[in-house]
Design a protein around this ligand. Structure first.
Ligand code: ADP
Length: 394
């Protein structure tokens, strides 16, 4: 079964082609296009190059196309990318303006170009469908909640990948099996001790998710992907009073406030140097105090959420780091894990610096294991697309 995963940006189109054969998962091809103005002709180009490489003969060799859609409000999960999904993407576009309109347009073009090929949307919010009721609420009037102001959570594909892979690495195939079938069967009880994982997806955008027995109990992102931790140029959590206050004080329009919160805030706004943590670190080491504050706040925010889920879970069997920062920055991992010996976590500095993949970075005596697991969001989209198609077509 060949599954194409399409990653659509406002001017970009990236794709990966996976082949599933029994239990074998193969990445057959990947590629991308920049400065895209028309998805229709880009889809043609993509198919032509897959044909030229001998991966598919024609569109009938494509058994499904999966999309990592971001925000659809109440429409979530893994479901056919139909008109309802398109409407949901457009209806919540204000909450994910960089992602939702391109996905709505791209899905429409795929449907026109590939009639008969199943299109599947896996929402980034899907992993949070089973959080306790309080964890998806803000303390706003009920009419706001009814209108959609609630905590949705994002990076669901990545955190689901971590939930499954960490369970496998910890020898908990029972939990891994629950994660695999989560979107078909929902959460399942576990016999034996609960598996408690805290997943830190730290990259250009970052979030921390608490996971019990393969199911998210909460996450740091809420209504939109600009909440939670400070992001590269997006603000992260902010007191709602700041917005009307600063609009009056600096005489800013709502559009300008939005622009500054999404483009000039986060690590860039804090440091004044860069949105890239490597450059911020260099500046901090050279004595730049703002850069140091950006780093300190990022570490504090990660620890704030790790701590919150540690208590909610009643402990932590594995603390997992993933994405650009989580996988590559030993000093961030070290800072996040500092001073936790009373909680039972002791990082092995030498192993952490060597950064072996999917290997415990904590000491043998540490009750909590620390792992780097490279995430693979596209594979999750492909797997879920396959599961949905297989379930609906037998
Ligand atoms: P995205 O979230 O945009 O998909 P990534 O997960 O690839 O991005 O993360 C990109 C970020 O990872 C960069 O902005 C950079 O700050 C950070 N990063 C990558 N390598 C390192 C490193 N060695 N040390 C610190 N940060 C790093």
């Amino acid at each position: 079964m060949n599954i194409l995963v399409a990653n659509l940006g406002s001017t970009s189109f990236k794709y990966r082609l996976f082949r599933f054969d029994g239990s074998t998962e193969l990445l057959l091809a990947k590629g991308g296009y920049e400065r895209v103005t028309d998805y229709g002709s880009t889809i043609d180009d993509c198919l032509a190059s897959l044909r030229a490489a001998g991966h598919v003969r024609d569109a009938s060799d494509l058994h499904g196309v999966g999309f990592k859609t971001v925000q659809g409000g109440e429409v979530t999960g893994c479901l056919p990318a139909d008109e309802r999904v398109e409407q949901a993407l457009l209806g919540t576009a204000d909450l994910a303006p960089a992602h939702n309109p391109p996905y709505a347009a791209g899905i429409r073009q795929f449907r026109a170009k590939l009639p008969g090929v199943p299109l599947v949307a896996l929402f980034e919010t899907a992993f949070y469908q089973w959080v306790p009721a309080y964890a998806n609420r803000y303390a706003v009037p009920d009419s706001w909640f009814a209108a959609g102001v609630r905590r949705y959570g994002f990076h669901g594909a990545s955190h689901k990948f971590i939930a499954e892979r960490s369970a496998e690495l910890l020898g908990r195939n029972d939990v891994a099996a629950i994660v695999q079938r989560l979107y078909q069967d929902g959460p399942k009880p576990v016999t034996g001790s609960p598996l408690r994982v805290i997943s830190c997806h730290l990259g250009g955008s970052s979030s921390v998710t608490g996971i019990r027995n393969g199911v998210a109990i909460g996450t740091s992102m809420g209504l939109s992907p600009q909440s939670g931790l400070p992001q590269n140029n997006r603000v992260g959590d902010l007191d709602s009073a700041a917005i009307p206050f600063i609009q009056k004080k600096l005489n800013l329009t709502t559009a300008e406030v939005e622009r500054q919160l999404t483009k000039e805030s986060g690590l860039l706004g804090l440091s004044g140097v860069s949105n890239d943590l490597r450059e911020i670190r260099e500046a901090a080491l050279a004595g730049n105090a703002r850069a140091q504050t950006a780093i300190d706040l990022l570490i504090h925010s990660i620890r704030h959420w790790v701590g919150a889920f540690w208590l909610e879970l009643g402990g932590c069997d594995a603390l997992v780091f993933t994405a650009g920062i989580g996988e590559n920055s030993a000093w961030i991992r070290e800072a996040v894990c500092a001073g936790l010996s009373d909680l039972g976590l002791v990082l092995d500095s030498a192993v952490n610096n060597a950064a072996p993949i999917e290997t415990n970075l904590a000491t043998a005596a540490s009750r909590t294991r620390v792992l780097i697991i490279p995430t693979n969001e596209e594979l999750v989209v492909a797997r879920e697309t396959r599961r949905l198609i297989t379930a609906s077509h037998g």
